[in-house]
Design a protein around this ligand. Structure first.
Ligand code: SF4
Length: 189
C-alpha cells in the first residue's frame, strides 16, 4: 500500500497532532515549563504505541531522511530492541535512548507519535463511570507544576479522536490486528 493511499488519513492525523501541540504548548506556557535538555529524558522511557496509523506515519517520516541516516537509525533501533530483550529476560528494567534521538533532538519531530507530544505536563483523562485519572507531569517540571494552579489539560478528546481515526484507518489495511510496539520496534518490524 502506498503513502498516496494513506494520504487522507495522514492529513487528518497531522491536524490532530497540531491540536495536541497547541494544547500542550498552552499548558506548558502556563507553568513556564520548557522541555529541553533535561537529564531524565522521557525519550529513554519504554513507551508502547498502539496505532497502525501512527506507525505508518512515522515510517513515512523515515522516507524523508537520507539513506545513510535511515541505516544508522535502524541499526540503533535493532540494538535498542536487543538491549531491552536482554533486560526483560534478566528481569531487569533499563532506560535506553530512543533510536530517533540524536544529541537531545528528535530526528522525526514532525512525525513523532501522540504520547511523545502529550507527555510532560500535568493532565487528566476522563473515564466513563469513574473519576478522572490525573497525571502529575514529568519529574523535571515538578517544582514548576506544584508552584502554580493546575491548568486543565484534558487528553480525553485527543485519545477519542485518535481511536476514531485508527478504526477508520484499519479498514484500509490487509492485516488490521492490534499492535503494541515501541518506537525501536516500529522502526525494524
Ligand atoms: S520519537 Fe522522538 S520524541 Fe518520541 S521518544 Fe523518540 S526521539 Fe523522543
Amino acid at each position: 500500500m502506498t503513502d498516496t493511499i494513506h494520504a487522507p488519513s495522514f492529513k487528518q492525523l497531522s491536524t490532530l497532532y497540531a491540536d495536541m501541540d497547541r494544547a500542550w504548548t498552552a499548558a506548558a506556557a502556563h507553568y513556564g515549563f520548557h522541555c529541553q535538555g533535561c537529564v531524565d529524558s522521557c525519550c529513554e522511557t519504554e513507551f508502547y504505541h498502539h496505532t497502525h496509523m501512527e506507525k505508518h506515519y512515522l515510517l513515512a517520516g523515515m522516507k524523508t531522511l537520507d539513506p545513510g541516516t535511515v541505516k544508522e537509525i535502524q541499526t540503533r533501533a535493532a540494538t535498542v530492541c536487543e538491549q531491552r530483550n536482554h533486560a526483560r529476560m534478566a528481569g531487569e528494567t533499563i532506560r535506553v535512548m530512543c533510536p530517533l534521538n540524536t544529541k537531545g533532538l528528535c530526528r522525526l519531530y514532525d512525525f513523532r507519535p501522540m504520547i511523545c507530544r502529550l507527555h510532560g505536563v500535568p493532565h487528566e483523562l476522563q473515564r466513563p463511570g469513574a473519576s478522572a485519572l490525573q497525571g502529575p507531569g514529568c519529574e523535571t517540571g515538578g517544582p514548576l507544576f506544584s508552584a502554580t494552579d493546575y491548568f486543565k489539560f484534558d487528553r480525553t478528546p485527543f485519545y477519542s479522536d485518535m481511536a476514531r481515526l485508527e478504526i477508520e484507518y484499519r479498514t484500509t489495511l490487509e492485516t488490521p490486528g492490534k499492535i503494541r510496539e515501541t518506537i525501536a520496534e516500529m522502526l525494524i518490524n
